[in-house]
Each structure stands twice: as structure tokens, then as C-alpha cells.
Design a protein around this ligand. Structure first.
Ligand code: PEP
Length: 253
């Protein structure tokens, strides 16, 4: 079975005390986790060490950075490097979130470099893709997402690609309360898997975890996650509420 993941994206929210309290609430509950059923918390950079310490005794619960730079070290004020993440024991990084693409002009090519440096440092990229509303309305979402995958991932070998988690996040559904229907999510996830199969073969494509993101909440997680090509979710708003995210974790296949 493919790895199923409930990933929280705190974005730029919470004080450290609030973050600690949220983790305490979530980690005091027990979940049915294993190698193929995992939880990831993508926390703000200043909280990485705190969060990593909080989960250090927990199996199958990991901490992710929300971004990293495409260089190992140097005069890049304000950036976070993969070497720093390694030194903290951080195992995952979210790359290409639509907010990074939109507000920080991150291009597919730049993201390809970030994917490379993360993999070179044994950090799992959670690579986000997804179309804006006008592309969905024009009906060209498949081509749009295919280009994102091609330009940021298709230079990878099959073994490298297998280490990447993909998150499909239609931009029109992020933080808007507008969720893609489970049919829309399944349709795009199946398309992504088909594209991966065309490039890397079906066996490789079947191994890749593809998360859905966009207004996932306790009330819709189970239906979304039950779709055959949806392997869990990347969750923003609802991951900030312990009772919501608990249900989302328990909704994993
Ligand atoms: C996200 O941050 O990736 C996200 C999907 O946000 P939300 O769940 O709030 O739509």
C-alpha cells in the first residue's frame, strides 16, 4: 500500500506557546499510525526545533519546514537551508506551495532546484501543484498541472521521484472554504498518476503518495481520502484546531 499522510500546514500562524499547546493536545491522543500511515506538521521556521523535540519520541509523526532555499549555505539573509534542517533532524519540506509561487514568484525551474537540494540531503519534498480558478474555468487544469510536474520533477530518476510526495492543491480551494468535490480530486489525482506512469512506468506511479489540499476539514476528510488515488491531505486552516485535525488523521485510509 502507498504511504497515506495527514500533513498540517500551519502557515504563518500561532505564537510558540500556541503551537506548543496545539501539539500537546494532538500528541496526547493516540493514533493508528505505521510506516504507511503517517502524520507531518509543517510549522513556521522559528518553531522547527520546538516541534521536532515534541515529536522526538513519536513514531511516524514528522516535522516539515514550510520552505527551504536552493543553496546549502552562504550570504542569503533570511533563508533556511537544507543543512540547517538536517542539523535539526527535520525530515520533510513543503515546496512550491501556491502562496510561495504567488507572493514570492517561485517558478517551476527554481522549485526543481529546491527539490534537488532537498533530495540530496535526504529530506522528503512535499511538492505542491495546482491550478488557479481561471485555469479551472477554462478547463485547462490538466495541462497546467502537467507542466508544473514536468518542469519541476521530470528531471529526477525513478528512484528519486519515489522519494517525493506530491500535493495537489487547486488554488481556488485553498483557504476559501470551497473544497474540490471528491470526484474532482480523484479525477486530477488519477490524471497525475497517469502522467507519472507515462513518464516513469506504472509500478513507480503506483508508489507515489499524492495528497489533496484545499479546505480539507473533519467533515469532508473521510470522503476525500477514500478516493482510490487520494493518499491523504495537506491541511491549512483545519490543522490549527486540535479536534478537527484529530478527526482528519483518523480519516486516513
Ligand atoms: C494549505 O495550506 O495548503 C491549504 C490547503 O489550506 P486550507 O486547508 O486552509 O485550504
Amino acid at each position: 500500500m502507498r504511504k497515506q499522510i495527514a500533513a498540517a500546514n500551519w502557515k504563518m500562524n500561532l505564537t510558540i506557546t500556541e503551537g506548543q499547546q496545539l501539539l500537546d493536545q494532538l500528541l496526547s491522543h493516540s493514533y493508528d499510525l505505521n510506516e504507511n500511515r503517517q502524520v507531518v506538521f509543517a510549522v513556521p521556521a522559528p518553531y522547527l526545533a520546538m516541534a521536532q523535540a515534541a515529536v522526538s519520541e513519536k513514531k511516524h509523526i514528522h516535522i516539515a519546514a514550510q520552505n527551504c532555499y536552493n543553496k546549502k549555505s552562504g550570504a542569503y539573509t533570511g533563508e533556511t537551508s537544507v543543512v540547517m534542517l538536517n542539523s535539526l533532524g527535520i525530515t520533510h519540506v513543503v515546496l512550491g506551495h501556491s502562496e510561495r509561487r504567488e507572493y514570492f514568484q517561485e517558478s517551476n525551474q527554481f522549485l526543481a532546484e529546491k527539490v534537488n537540494i532537498a533530495l540530496e540531503h535526504q529530506i522528503t519534498p512535499i511538492f505542491c501543484c495546482g491550478e488557479p480558478l481561471q485555469i479551472r474555468e477554462a478547463g485547462t487544469q490538466n495541462e497546467f498541472v502537467a507542466k508544473q510536474l514536468e518542469e519541476s520533477l521530470y528531471h529526477l530518476s525513478a528512484d528519486e521521484l519515489k522519494k517525493v510526495v506530491i500535493a495537489y492543491e487547486p488554488i481556488w480551494a485553498i483557504g476559501t472554504g470551497k473544497t474540490a468535490t471528491s470526484e474532482q480530486a480523484q479525477e486530477m489525482h488519477a490524471y497525475i498518476r497517469q502522467q507519472l506512469a507515462a513518464k516513469y512506468g506504472d509500478a513507480v506511479a503506483q508508489e507515489i503518495t499524492i495528497l489533496y489540499g484545499g479546505s480539507v476539514k473533519a467533515s469532508n476528510a473521510q470522503e476525500l481520502f477514500s478516493q482510490p488515488d487520494v493518499d491523504g491531505g495537506l491541511v491549512g486552516g483545519a490543522s490549527l484546531i486540535a479536534d478537527e485535525f484529530k478527526v482528519i488523521i483518523d480519516s486516513l485510509k
